[in-house]
Write a protein that binds this ligand. Structure first.
Ligand SMILES: [Zn+2]
Length: 227
């Protein structure tokens, strides 16, 4: 099989059409900007799943007429306006109905309560190490500093902290400390279950967590949160 490099890079591109591509791109770009402003969305730092779907539809409809000879701009504009109206319509309904909103965007979920991971029947949608990274991003050193953590529908995590007097021993999240986890308990003390964050005083190895029934522990720490 021989690759025709001219086809790969140029195909039947002429200078005239190359110029046309520049004009088409300018027009589509201005259209996208205008329509995104009309969508009412203020920024895109965090997109919900629903918004990502809209953006994908938008991008596809807007991109094709930039460089495809057979695709005119008006049909693409019709697609864009339809998507925009759909977006505005759906957000309008979502603003009226909480049930509809949670079907569309999911629900905020408690991940930490009282310095421990919340045990739910449904699996967390993200990995433990990702979540520990999230804690470190907030300069949290152990779970005992956190009263509540909520996973928002945008993927952000909201944290509420204990004040210094209420901070309790908790599972450390710094890698060097967390990775000392083991089923062996060298000497007695307060240990945190690495699965659920439950802190217990343990004297012997192979101790089973009273909360989640797992057996892996890491020494609990109780440093205060520096703000
Ligand atoms: Zn546990």
């Amino acid at each position: 099989m021989e690759i025709n490099w001219k086809d790969v890079f140029l195909n039947d591109l002429t200078f005239t059409f190359a110029t046309e591509i520049v004009v088409r791109t300018l027009i589509m770009f201005l259209l996208i900007l205008t329509l995104l402003r009309l969508s009412g969305k203020k920024g895109v730092r965090q997109l919900s799943i629903f918004e990502v779907a809209i953006i994908i539809g938008f991008g596809s409809a807007a991109g094709d007429p930039m460089f495809t000879k057979d695709i005119a701009i008006i049909p693409s504009v019709i697609v864009l306006i339809t998507i925009l109206l759909l977006y505005r319509g759906i957000t309008w309904v979502a603003a009226k109905s909480e049930a509809f909103e949670s079907i569309l965007e999911g629900k905020p979920m408690y991940v930490i309560e009282d310095g421990q991971f919340v045990l739910t029947d449904e699996d967390l949608t993200f990995a433990k190490d990702e979540f520990l990274a999230e804690l470190r991003q907030q300069s949290i050193e152990h779970l005992g500093q956190v009263r509540v953590a909520i996973l928002e529908t945008t993927g952000n995590v909201s944290f509420y902290y204990y004040n210094d007097d209420d901070t309790k021993p908790g599972m450390p999240v710094l890698p060097k400390v967390y990775n000392l986890k083991s089923e062996n308990i060298p000497d007695q003390g307060d240990y945190a279950c690495t699965y659920c964050g439950n802190v217990t005083h343990i004297k012997v190895s192979q101790h089973q967590c009273g909360r989640c029934k797992k057996k892996e522990w890491v020494k609990a720490i109780d440093t205060l949160r520096l703000t």
